[in-house]
Design a binder for this molecule. Structure first.
Ligand SMILES: [Zn+2]
Ligand SMILES: [Zn+2]
Length: 451
């Protein structure tokens, strides 16, 4: 289909797309709580004539479009969740929720794609199947809430893409992509880089003994000091991190003691251990855990480390990247594109999908301010949502036209990190462990189990 026709098919639904952007911006919800967003999108998808498979006990759904011709299945994702930034002038005043990562624009673009693909002749030049998916919980926040959901059996992964993989939503999918919003004021801007880090999300609970801080500090075991020793030990490890691994460890104290006149008994930390490969994350995480465990032992405390592989590293598929450059230039013009072979050091759970099927995660402009910050806004929804939807259909068609010649080549040349979904889940679950790390034995020795 010509570019002009694809553009016209999307433009017909401009108000549907832009209304969705405004509605979801005004109703921000954090991960696994996106029920209003889910309902808004699901109602609109159904109104377009789609049948949905819904997750049910969490927000999220997908729908399959069959071109009626043999070919690969392409998954297109739109994220639904917000962040929490209480300083943001337009955040929800009760929850602090606000779309300061622009995921609402992705949802609006996904709806636009769904609408445009219903137009007459929209599928004529494509083969295979298209799965459109509204996915929850990309941001790795509210870890305690998600751990509760996990303990209750509602979810098996604290981030959404790992969760939908475990629900079988990637089964039968051959290629996947999504477009994230980027902070660029350039009109119709499309940007892509080589990939980004993955990470383990870590919750650490130091357990000491409380006592009177003035009257009998010798009777206590200070969990806060143990945590301080742990953070110092982690800092001492930094020079052992290899530059190429892009390791980032950035602990915060989320509970530092209950009252000032008692020795802190319970202290909690949260941290990420980010890295460019699963091997690097696994290797360096062991060292971080050893430092934490030994810091508890140094003070006579105990420490429980709860790890979860929340994001696998994102490897943008080289074949998809080459095709993306061509299609982006065709869609918006070379002056509105930018491509980099550098990997970012942030994380996205699109990485999990990229471990299993060829994937790509480019960016569209339209946002201003700092991503995750109090000054983040979508100031150009036309670029962030409408152009973004046009580009995705252009890219979809490039993958699936001429008997999916390009798509099939990408699939044939793909080298997965994990050969099967099961291999990925086994690896992630093996890294996702809760450990009580320090035991004090009767013979005066200490046993430390950190991996
Ligand atoms: Zn984000
Ligand atoms: Zn994001």
């Amino acid at each position: 289909m010509s570019k002009e026709k694809i553009f016209a098919n999307v433009d017909k639904h401009r108000s549907l797309i832009l209304d969705a952007e405004r509605y979801i911006w005004a109703h921000p919800e954090t991960g696994y709580r996106e029920w209003q967003t889910h309902k808004y999108l699901a109602d609109n998808f159904r109104a377009l004539g789609y049948t949905l498979v819904e997750a049910g006990n969490i927000p999220g759904f997908y729908t399959d479009i069959d071109t009626g011709r043999e070919g690969p299945t392409v998954l297109i994702l739109g994220e639904m969740d917000s962040l929490i930034v209480f300083d943001h002038p337009e955040c929800n005043k009760d929850t602090g929720a606000v779309h300061s990562c622009g995921h609402h624009a992705q949802s609006a673009a996904l709806l636009g794609i769904a609408a445009a693909l219903k137009e007459e002749g929209a599928l004529d030049e494509m083969c295979g199947k298209i799965r459109l998916c509204a996915v929850p919980a990309e941001e790795g926040i509210e870890i305690e809430y998600r751990k509760e959901l996990k303990k209750a059996g509602t979810i098996r992964c604290i981030t959404g893409k790992g969760e939908i993989i475990r629900r079988g939503w990637l089964d039968g999918v051959d290629i996947a992509f999504m477009v994230h919003t980027s902070g660029s004021t350039k009109k119709n801007y499309i940007y892509c880089r080589a990939g980004s880090n993955g990470c383990i999300v870590k919750t650490v609970t130091y357990k000491g003994v409380s006592s009177h801080a003035g009257g009998s500090p010798w009777a206590g075991v200070n969990a806060l000091y143990a945590a301080n020793v742990g953070m110092t030990a982690i800092n001492a490890l930094r020079e052992t991190f290899r530059d190429t691994d892009q390791i980032r460890v950035h602990p915060i104290i989320t509970a530092g003691g209950a009252v000032v006149n008692a020795i802190p008994e319970t202290v909690k930390l949260e941290s990420y251990v980010r890295g460019a490969t699963v091997e690097a994350i696994e290797r360096e995480n062991k060292k971080v855990n050893r430092a934490i465990a030994a810091s508890a032992a140094a003070l006579g405390a105990r420490v429980v480390i709860d790890d979860e592989l929340a994001y696998a590293p994102l490897n943008n598929d080289p074949g998809m990247f080459e095709l993306l450059k061509k299609v982006a230039i065709e869609t918006v013009g070379e002056e509105c594109t930018s491509f980099s072979d550098i990997r970012g050091s942030g994380c996205t759970d699109m990485g999990d999908i990229s471990m299993i099927v060829p994937s790509i995660h480019p960016y569209a402009g339209g946002a201003t301010g700092t991503s995750h910050g109090a000054n983040y806004y979508i100031t150009d929804p036309e670029t962030a949502c409408v152009t973004c939807a046009k580009f995705q259909i252009m890219y979809l068609e490039a993958l699936l036209k001429n008997g999916a010649e390009k798509g099939k080549k990408i699939i044939a040349e793909f080298k997965p990190t994990f050969a099967t979904v099961k291999d990925y889940i086994d690896f992630a679950d093996n890294l996702s462990v809760e450990r009580d790390t320090v035991s004090y034995l009767d013979d005066g020795s200490i046993s430390i189990r950190y991996c």
